[in-house]
Design a protein around this ligand. Sequence first.
Ligand code: ATP
Ligand code: MG
Length: 201
Amino acid sequence: MFDIDKILSQNDNKRQITLTTIVGRQGVGKTTYILSELVRNMLLTKGVLIYDYSSEAKYQTIPLILLKDLKRWNSKGIYRIYDPDPLKVFKAIRADVRNCFLICEDAKSYMNPNLQSEIAEVLGIRRQLGIDIVCNFWALENVPPVVLTYSNFITIFKTRDKLEKIEKLDKIPNTEDVVKVWQAVQKHSNQYYKLTISTNG
Ligand SMILES: Nc1ncnc2c1ncn2[C@@H]1O[C@H](COP(=O)(O)OP(=O)(O)OP(=O)(O)O)[C@@H](O)[C@H]1O
Ligand SMILES: [Mg+2]
């Protein structure tokens, strides 16, 4: 298993730029994990932007940044984008943001199964932009195929996925390993348990 926290706290020149997909049903601790563990490690090397589409209560103390101010951001510290138009948000990120972490909270709300090109482009050229991306979803079956294809890591909490559907996820090179990890998490006694797997993306 991977210690994703350790990987993300390394400088970019020592590692590849990553896309990490987090899946877990409501209340399993995704946001808590992002805020208390991931963000702390991220801030050791680069700034953090959170796209807080659903205005999550736990993020309310994080300062807001307006899209028009992104180009002047020095990629230090942590800021929150709160904007109802995801395509505008991703266009602005594509144009004005470099070298940071981007956390896409509650991504199912704005990433369609047929992923919008404005969003797919940012995911696809994250290495050129220097943007490490973390997206979270409630279930593997909600993750758009393009996001699975681009993912380097999947962090799996307990989900309401159906085994038969996960076994058919053909966008991941190592689906069998993902199924094993998902099953190990599902049967674990701790409701907040999670494991991270590399998907060779
Ligand atoms: N590892 C943990 N141990 C104990 N309690 C935890 C842990 N992680 C989270 N919690 C508690 O569980 C509750 C839900 O956590 P959180 O909001 O992070 O879940 P979530 O997966 O982001 O849910 P949602 O999908 O609804 O956004 C919170 O009250 C949090 O304090
Ligand atoms: Mg949450």
